[in-house]
Design a protein around this ligand. Sequence first.
Ligand code: ZN
Ligand code: ZN
Length: 377
Amino acid sequence: MTTSTTAARSARLDRVRERLAETGVDGLLLSHGADLPWLTGYRAMPLERLTVLVLPREGEAVLVVPELEAPRVPVLPAGMSIRPWSDGEEPLDLVAGLLGGDVSRLGVSNRAWAATVLGLQERLPDAGFFPASRVTSVLRAVKDEAEVAVLRMAAAAADRVAAALQGGDIRLSGRSEREVSAELSARLLAEGHRKVNFAIVGSGPNGASPHHEAGDRVIGRGDVVVCDFGGEYALPGEDVGYCSDITRTVAVGDPGPEVRECYDVLRAAQAAGVAAARRGVAAEGVDGATRAVIVEAGYGERFVHRTGHGIGLEEHEDPYLVEGNRELLEPGHAFSVEPGIYFPGRFGMRLEDILVVEAEGAEVLNQADRGLVALEA
Ligand code: ZN
Ligand code: ZN
């Protein structure tokens, strides 16, 4: 772990405490999910044994962790200590004791086990509980420099895989979607990802299903193929990685004029979304910008999902680029811009890059060719 990472985590803790004070929340109880690694660098395994960071508004934060997991906990930021518990102890009693009796509003990890929450409610009958994301998600959405640096490396690694796809190094013709998906996954790992989150390969009619699971369909001449893949990338020595997510659509042989025209619309829509992404613009404004181009071209009904999602420790997190989200974009917001056009029973196409909003405009992290590359049939 680098000093800058530890310093960044301390700064995040300060921001959380400020927000607890502003919102009148007594504390957070962070178990499974991304809030805990964001603050501590430690990701709890989804075990039945309880791990929770007890983070009161004031005073020391304490990571309650099973004794046998304690060796995996990295050096914690200042103001945090660790309290291992051994089998035979009741960790929920320990948590209630650390909080003391005088708590009325507590945020709990969105992904904490129900058993944890129910056990806490029993022990703290006067406290009100709500999802911790109400405190943390707006903070986590704004990436600090340490986070942007890792997102940039993750995107560059995904770009190298996309370049291999577009360069013909990953053969498509004559192979099943599943085989291509496996190769995309293997290459993500070879390019430094610690894990693969998904590798969608939707060929021909399957491309019209945005989250198609790669299957047995054999790819052949004339197919338009949507490849959407990403995983988690971590710095050496870090237990916590940031996500990549890229989509490129390729053709096997000449796709013909209809597909090319449609792709021109898609590309213009994606560029319009990227151009709209700047500080002070509402998140829904980016969605509006991509959608306007697609609607204008007559494909409005074929664009069946939101324009994008925030990305960080999780593949999908705030801010969401969706109609109705009036949250204003600000420097540090990282998200995808990924319009798609889908013709059920025939073909689909999507183009996706990850962006980070800057003081002026936005940095586009993915740089792989955005054209419709036609591969050898
Ligand atoms: Zn994607
Ligand atoms: Zn995405």
